[in-house]
Design a protein around this ligand. Structure first.
Ligand SMILES: *Cc1c(COP(=O)(O)O)cnc(C)c1O
Length: 365
């Protein structure tokens, strides 16, 4: 058995007959930046999510930074987000000179706890960035209601939930602007880096497109200081084809998750899926006692695993100046101590899931 955390080769084998001719076509077309393939993918992605505009960029981190630039985030502004996420969410806040104000997570969904947001709002608060962690929606109705009451902008960090739903609506369509990552290991992955911004707002769409293109709306007429962040034509054509498979792949992830859950329910805290949500299991992460020992045991048995994330952001050295030590966000800290992600991808076989589950059982016997 050759179990992969994410099996890029099996995915490629499934689609190579469609992919290869299109990639070669792009190579011979001469359109490597912008052009018809990018436009086609942006239109398809916008219609898939159900928003008016989708704007490609170089990666999910840039998507966050550009979105924040477009809503006018300035030094000194405060942005509320979760400490239990990938660094990019808060890194980009800091790069713009703004301050990330962390709010602890819910113990069951691992997403930002709406009940704790209002206490974190100050006069400087400009936005809330919920992250749909592991592919499950944050509680968007509650978050949007708070934002409306306090006149705040909401940016969904949807790097992990492309194709997931909240109350039957697509994630990425539930806020002022949403960001997506097409890093290869994400649910919809490019053959390299890629990112996307999604919005219904015409004005924001114009702004993010301009900022991603050096702040110009016409060539060499720079309205604002921007960045250089592009989704290449080759990535666009690959994503365009893969998008046709995404719903099927996400369904297979859900099937794999069900099998894992049935196997592991008595020995670990298995992922909780809220009834409002259609979770797409970007990660299948369980909480266990003795996580580091289990991880070592799995490695010895050639089972890959990962920890998303071992250190909540408020305890990262990079954010030590926020002055929030151990105990500041107890739920995030507790989850970080016990969480472990198991292999999860659409091509994971039943016997692989059973093998992994049996080994975990064996460890705890
Ligand atoms: C992957 C990820 C990002 C960043 O995406 P990149 O494309 O790697 O820059 C941002 N936020 C979250 C929650 C992520 O998982």
């Amino acid at each position: 058995m050759n179990i992969q955390m994410v099996d890029m080769r099996k995915q490629y084998d499934e689609i190579r007959s469609r992919l290869e001719p299109k990639v070669l076509e792009v190579l011979s077309s001469g359109y490597y930046v912008g052009g018809p393939e990018l436009k086609a993918f942006e239109e398809k992605a916008a219609s898939y999510i159900g928003v008016k505009h989708a704007i490609g960029c170089a990666n999910g981190t840039d998507a966050l930074q550009i979105s924040m630039m477009a809503i006018g985030i300035e030094p000194g502004d405060e942005i509320i987000t979760t400490p239990f996420t990938f660094i990019a969410t808060a890194e980009t806040i800091r790069i713009l000179g703004a301050k990330s104000v962390f709010v602890d997570i819910e113990a069951d969904t691992y997403n930002i706890d709406p009940a704790k947001i209002e206490a974190a709002i100050t006069k400087k608060t400009k936005a809330i960035i919920p992250v749909h962690l592991y592919g499950q929606a944050a509680d968007m109705d509650k978050i949007n209601a708070i934002a409306k009451k306090h006149n705040l902008i909401v940016i969904e960090d949807n790097a992990q939930g492309f194709g997931a739903k909240y109350k039957n609506k697509m994630l990425g369509s539930l806020s002022d602007i949403a960001t997506v990552s097409f890093y290869p290991a994400k649910n919809l992955g490019a053959a390299g880096d890629g990112g996307l911004m999604l919005t219904d707002c015409d004005d924001l769409a114009i702004k993010v497109r301009m900022i991603a293109n050096h702040g110009q709306n016409e060539r060499y007429k720079h309205q604002v200081v921007g960045v250089n962040s592009r989704l290449d034509a080759i990535q666009a054509v690959i994503l365009n084809i893969k998008l046709d498979y995404l719903d099927g792949w996400n369904k297979k992830r859900r099937d794999a998750a069900s099998r894992y859950k049935a196997n592991l329910k008595n020995i670990a805290v298995i992922p909780f899926e809220h009834t409002d949500n259609y979770h797409i299991y970007h990660q299948f992460s369980i909480q266990v006692v003795g996580r580091d020992e289990l991880q070592k045991f799995l490695t010895e048995n050639k089972i890959p695993s990962a920890v998303h994330y071992p250190i909540p952001l408020h305890l990262q050295h990079a954010f030590k100046d926020l002055g929030q030590g151990i105990g500041s966000f107890p739920i995030s800290e507790k989850v970080a101590d016990g969480i472990i992600s198991l292999p999860m991808h659409p091509h994971l076989a039943h016997d692989e899931i059973d093998f992994i589950s049996n080994k975990i059982n064996e460890f705890y016997k």
